[in-house]
Design a protein around this ligand. Sequence first.
Ligand SMILES: Cc1cc2nc3c(=O)[nH]c(=O)nc-3n(C[C@H](O)[C@H](O)[C@H](O)COP(=O)(O)OP(=O)(O)OC[C@H]3O[C@@H](n4cnc5c(N)ncnc54)[C@H](O)[C@@H]3O)c2cc1C
Length: 506
Amino acid sequence: MAQHEHVRVAVIGSGFGGLGAAVRLRREGITDFVILERAGSVGGTWRDNSYPGCACDVPSHLYSFSFAPNPEWPRTFSGQEHIRAYLEHVADTFGLRPHLRLNHEVTMMRWDGDELHWVIESANGSTVLADVVVSATGPLSDPKMPDIPGLADFPGKVFHSARWDHDADLTGKRVAMIGTGASAIQIVPSIQPKAAKLTLFQRTPPWVMPRMDRTISGAERWLHRTLPFTGTARRGLLWGIRELQVSAFTKHPDQLGLVERIAKSNMARSIKDPVLRAKLTPSYRIGCKRILLSSAYYPALARPNVDVVASGLAEVRGSTVVASDGTEAEVDAIVFGTGFHVTDMPIAERVVGAEGGTLAESWKGGMQALRGASAAGFPNWMTIIGPNTGLGNSSMILMIEAQLNYMADYLRQLDVLGGRVALDARPSAVGSWNRRVQERMKRTVWNTGGCTSWYLDANGRNTTVWPGTTAEFRKVTRTVDLSEYQVVRVPAQRDARPAVAEEVAG
Ligand SMILES: Cc1cc2nc3c(=O)[nH]c(=O)nc-3n(C[C@H](O)[C@H](O)[C@H](O)COP(=O)(O)OP(=O)(O)OC[C@H]3O[C@@H](n4cnc5c(N)ncnc54)[C@H](O)[C@@H]3O)c2cc1C
């Protein structure tokens, strides 16, 4: 029989979640782990999204690890290449390279209930056995391409924002941009000056606030380098401001009217044409969809070489793109800014649990996981940025770090229980957690604001966003409550020690 590598923990993915998990494992003294990554380098989101203008929309001093502060951030909202370099630096600084298995796309993970480990197969033919899986494959890592009739026969370049074709020179070309989400509004001002014509297909207009981006001065960087507490204080301030905003999103959406006025004046500054302004004015409450930040988007839309079609793309006929409202445009390239598989994560099809079903089957009524991490029937498997851990206004790194606390305690609990052991979330605990989350969701702007968004799944349930502050999430993920789990042992041990398992679990 083939001998497979057996590790204590297999981390899947090497974005902020996977690298953060790896650092945390080392801090816990665990070195018996691998990081399986499908791509040829680390970086996740920040490796894959290299479109012109790509940058974070949370200030860099908050959008970075608390344990790896970077006094050298060049801008308040740093660009993709700097964030990617930061993640490479994290991999080097914390000695993660020996654990990395690049070009290892996980195609299947099966729970072996006899041996109490996961059997993880990769596309390159290798198999790894792991006692625990930490799945950090990212909520926004698999691009979503709509099924458009005629697209396959389009003669020009076609690509998604997250897989930018750097060989496609858009200079002097007629370009169709499909979508008006966070990526599209960064792409539009970057390509508008060089395109001969830019036609923007907009199903729903976004709310766009001014972006307070600026170079971080040499003096500020010197200060953060020389007196590290100043960087920590800056991060704390950025965090605190965002925590104070949360109740408007979760409990008092009516308070967001003032924010709408700021967004409207951001538009009014650049869009003088009343017809265009009407097209660009949202009819739903601000915050219902992700609030976007740009001071360059509206000025770009006001340029004479840009057309806004207030309708989605319906069909492609040769080199003509046709909107649902019948508008046509002849183009040389089509760029899709149509988002990601968020509520139907492809990785869920590739996880087979204790009962032999996939996670996707178990989630067919909607994603749900205990404290955003554990799914019932999938022992010793947890996800980073799982269901209902997303944020509308702050840094996902805060949520990732909270989940890493949970992961660390989970592994400690396994040690305390001793022997070959697994923890399987009780269906009742998952259900009760999910009911509490959904109950709180009822009042939020995401559910009441009058929009449809990628936060909602096919059943209209919000399975993506956390309806509270990051401090609260950190509190509820600080430790693992064993009463929420069934303790699973290999059959012989289970027979020998039932009382111990019951007692600890109860
Ligand atoms: C353009 C863009 C801008 C964003 N800006 C912000 C922002 O400003 N602020 C913010 O808080 N959040 C932002 N986000 C959200 C961002 O996704 C998270 O902040 C964070 O980077 C997610 O990290 P992650 O490690 O969970 O996932 P990812 O960074 O997506 O990493 C997942 C990794 O898993 C790998 N993987 C996936 N499937 C497999 C498989 N089957 N086998 C092996 N490897 C696999 C992928 O290749 C990838 O490397 C942005 C997202 C995008 C797309």
